[in-house]
Design a protein around this ligand. Structure first.
Ligand code: UD1
Ligand code: CA
Length: 455
């Protein structure tokens, strides 16, 4: 739709959010709200997209840069004023302007497409979506004449008792012909309870001028949810989450309990992966095929390759190779790479380390800043002592090395290939290949000591 210009209003303060974060930057499924609206708009391939910013405008502008042109509304004098401010940016060479609010994140391209198509087919000057709500809350009410045609929109703050009962509300999604809209907006005043220049006033003005105005009653109201406070934010989050999980399920992922599964926008999950309850897949996470994630697992900004199993664990900014098992109760911290078939589990923490294929860190260990070869075994309670109180130091463990239980490897230190470290050792010097290092007190046995003591 090259002949369509889109403007998204996002300058308002969002007072009811009670937040220092601009409303349109609050996240839904991990992604600022404004991006969801931009997606819906971009789907139309319009000639232009303009975002009106004001409150917290620098942050909003930074977030949307590259996706839209920015217009500043210095003083937020209402939705009509916001559109007027964008007049030049919207441009004069387009057939219509589609007006959206930055706080309606569930909008979908197909719904917008239908509005524009109907608007054009009917030769309307102004068209907008309305929908029915049993509890119309603070939405603007659509007032119709006795013949059923739209007369005007009445804003919440100005409602009479009779109007308050109207259940048909304004969605905030409009398409208007150019340049008619400028003529209409030029006449809108601010004589209302809010003292604002209401965009919604153009409906009554258009009617008065005998222009064609139509409110399209949408059957499915869900996509028009306006987020004005945090209860609505939670409702939008729930709806977005449902959409994401449904898409995953239809692409071959088993989501055992959608009610307790949280997957951010943009996370990808391969087929035949099973996600168990209380799992969170966040940020730039990519999960392969045939994996088992959860229960009780959080994966953030990480790649998990085919066939990996992660239970009751947290994984951050790391790469989990194919067929790896993590957990129960492990913490894989940023910068970690676990190669094919590695096992980490039972209260183990790994940070900024590379662990070679087939190696095991199966019980109660801390591994930090280490490079571990293939087929290495770290016994229960192995601790890499990477920090001397001032600096972090590296540790290198060669292929097939065997570290006995409850050993400390004091970095910087290198354990050669195939070397053994005796249980309970505190290793402070390098261990050459294929040798055994024992670094602990020799055992002393005092025979009959108890009887002597009790005498
Ligand atoms: C608005 C509509 C209402 C409709 C509802 C649908 C008006 C006057 N009312 O009400 O009829 O039912 O949306 O969700 O339009 N904004 C600016 N500059 C301003 C004021 C607002 O850019 O000066 C932006 C806001 O950031 C927001 C959008 O416009 O994204 C809508 O403003 P908001 O204050 O949320 O209007 P509502 O009260 O929800
Ligand atoms: Ca709103």
């Amino acid at each position: 739709m090259e002949d369509l210009s889109v403007v998204i209003l996002a300058a308002g303060q969002g007072t009811r959010m009670k937040s220092s974060v601009p409303k349109v930057l609050h996240r839904i499924a991990g992604r600022p709200m404004i991006h969801w609206v931009l997606d819906a708009a971009e789907g139309l391939s319009p000639g232009r997209i303009v975002v009106v910013v004001g409150h917290g405008g620098h942050e909003v502008a930074k977030e949307v840069s590259g996706r839209a042109s920015i217009v500043w509304q210095g003083e937020q004098r209402g939705t009509g004023h916001a559109v007027l401010t964008a007049r030049e940016a919207i441009g004069a060479s387009f057939r219509d302007v589609l007006i959206l609010c930055g706080d309606t994140p569930l909008l979908e391209t197909s719904v917008l497409q239908d509005l524009v198509t109907t608007h054009r087919a009917r030769g309307n000057h102004l068209s907008f979506y309305s929908f029915i709500l049993d509890e119309p809350a603070r939405y603007g009410r659509v007032v119709r004449s006795s013949d059923g045609s739209v007369e005007r929109i009445a804003e919440y703050k100005d409602l009479t008792d009779v109007e308050r009962e109207i259940k048909e509300v304004n969605s905030g999604v409009y398409v208007a012909g150019l340049p008619f809209i400028w003529e209409l907006l030029g006449e809108v005043g601010d004589d209302n309870a809010a003292g604002e220049i209401y965009l919604t006033d153009i409906v009554a003005l258009a009617r008065k001028k005998g222009l064609r105005v139509e409110a399209l009653l949408a059957r499915d109201a869900r996509c028009f949810l306006g987020v004005n406070d945090r209860t609505e934010l939670a409702a939008a989050e729930a709806a977005a989450r449902e959409k994401i999980l449904r898409k995953l399920a239809l692409s071959g992922v088993t989501v055992v309990d959608p009610a307790s599964t949280y997957v951010d926008y943009g996370v990808s999950v391969g087929p035949d992966t099973v996600i168990y309850p209380f799992s969170f897949l966040r940020g730039r996470t990519v999960i392969g095929a045939g994996c088992s994630i959860g229960p009780g697992t959080e994966v953030v900004d990480s790649t998990v390759e085919d066939g990996a199993i992660i239970r009751f664990s947290v994984v951050e900014s790391s790469r989990i190779g194919p067929m790896v098992t993590v957990g129960p109760f492990s913490h894989i911290r940023p910068g970690t790479v676990l190669e094919t078939g590695v096992r980490v589990g039972n209260f183990a923490e790994v940070k900024n380390s590379r662990v070679g294929a087939g190696s095991k860190i199966p019980h109660h260990s801390y591994v930090g800043d280490a490079t571990i070869g293939e087929e290495v075994n770290l016994g229960a309670g192995t601790v890499i002592v990477n920090f001397d109180g001032k600096q972090k130091h590296p540790t290198v463990i060669g292929d097939r090395a065997f570290i006995g239980c409850n050993s400390n490897l004091v970095a910087p230190v290198t354990i050669g290939k195939g070397a053994y470290v005796a249980a309970g050792s505190t290793i402070t010097e390098d261990v050459p290949e294929d040798s055994l290092a024992i670094a602990r007190e020799r055992q002393v046995v005092k025979e009959g000591w108890v009887k002597l003591r009790n005498r």
